[in-house]
Design a protein around this ligand. Structure first.
Ligand SMILES: Nc1ncnc2c1ncn2[C@@H]1O[C@H](COP(=O)(O)OP(=O)(O)O)[C@@H](O)[C@H]1O
Ligand SMILES: [Mg+2]
Length: 308
């Protein structure tokens, strides 16, 4: 288990981490979400021991993050960390050797990841000559080449095209399925919703939402979209607990608490006219994210930035 416990970290007057706690278990693929400036990068740096926390602690399998743990961790830093002039294979071997991997195993692992990530033709090119997407694949390989048991990736999907995104998604899922604890930050909420079993959402250095995506969505109730050909406002007769969230022409979207039967709303709508459109869905992760983060009105500006 990766445990972040009550982490605090300030930079001058800026409080980056304000008592952040969460956990990632082996085999778990956790999306680490939050608006710009929320503290994700700082938290990940603390988790790999690159930045010291002012207070609180980080543990992996019950141990503090020491050199031995760092050698078993794969980390993709926000600022990326490749040597631009070094060739791809050579670089991966170098990185693996730094983590004490035997030379032969390092060479074999480097080739395995080069193959798996589809950059075989670039094996002996300097990293600086690769496209951004391919450089990112090398970054991922560098984080994985020593077969880590803990994987911490800072925005690994940023700048990737759809194909590279698919490869990255597959590799992260495979790693988690193989028992690695994987946590990565991202602003791509729809991707995280499809990919991750769990999420941790941070705002202003604090955890504002976390847990299993499916459970969070189920607890968020449902959205029922209804259109009728009637012309009276049937939503005036909605059952208790139901609330209109949006309205366009004859189409109304109603938020339902988890306990309310959607049929009760349909019964009301039906008395107004024939049903023209009906659609029942859970809230998207992006909606839950906005609600969780918007409890802090001071974050409105950053939220808008996330949307872009
Ligand atoms: N080295 C630093 N020096 C000064 N301020 C920093 C430094 N690192 C992070 N911060 C500040 O800490 C806050 C959290 O930043 P960061 O952890 O990078 O957030 P995120 O990765 O969620 O965007 C921001 O206000 C940022 O400006
Ligand atoms: Mg960041």
């Amino acid at each position: 288990m990766l445990e972040l416990r009550n982490l605090r970290r300030s930079f001058g007057d800026v409080v980056a981490l304000d008592g952040l706690s969460f956990e990632v278990a082996p085999g778990e693929l956790c999306g680490f979400l939050g608006p710009n400036g929320a503290g994700k990068t700082t938290a990940m740096r603390c988790a790999v021991g690159v930045t010291a926390a002012d207070a609180g602690e980080v543990r992996w399998r019950g141990q503090p993050i020491d050199l031995a743990v760092r050698r078993r961790t794969g980390y993709m830093p926000e600022e990326r960390g490749l040597y631009p002039r070094m060739r791809v294979h050579e670089q991966l071997v170098y990185v693996a050797r730094l983590r004490d991997v035997d030379a032969e195993v390092a060479a074999r692992n480097a080739d395995r990841w080069i193959d798996r990530l589809g950059i075989g033709e670039r094996r002996d090119d300097p990293v600086e000559q690769l496209s951004l997407g391919n450089q990112q694949r090398v970054q991922l390989a560098a984080a994985l080449v020593h077969d880590p048991e803990l994987l911490i990736l800072d925005e690994p999907f940023s700048g990737l095209d759809p194909l590279a995104t698919d490869v990255m998604s597959e590799v992260l899922r495979e790693q988690a399925d193989a028992g690695v604890a994987v946590v990565f930050s991202s602003h791509q909420l729809d991707l995280v919703e499809d990919l991750c079993r769990t999420v941790a959402v941070v705002a202003r250095g604090r955890l504002v939402l976390d847990g299993e995506v499916a459970a969070l969505k189920a607890a968020g109730g449902r959205r029922l979209r209804v259109a009728t050909d009637g012309d009276d406002d049937w939503t005036a007769r909605l059952p208790a607990g139901a609330a209109v969230v949006s309205r366009r022409d004859a189409t109304v979207t109603v938020a339902l608490p988890p306990t309310l039967d959607p049929g009760a709303v349909l019964d009301v709508a039906r008395r107004s006219g024939r049903l023209v459109d009906v659609h029942l869905d859970q809230p998207r992760l992006s909606e839950l994210f906005r609600t969780a983060v918007a409890d802090r009105p001071d974050l409105a500006a950053e939220l808008t930035e996330v949307d872009r």
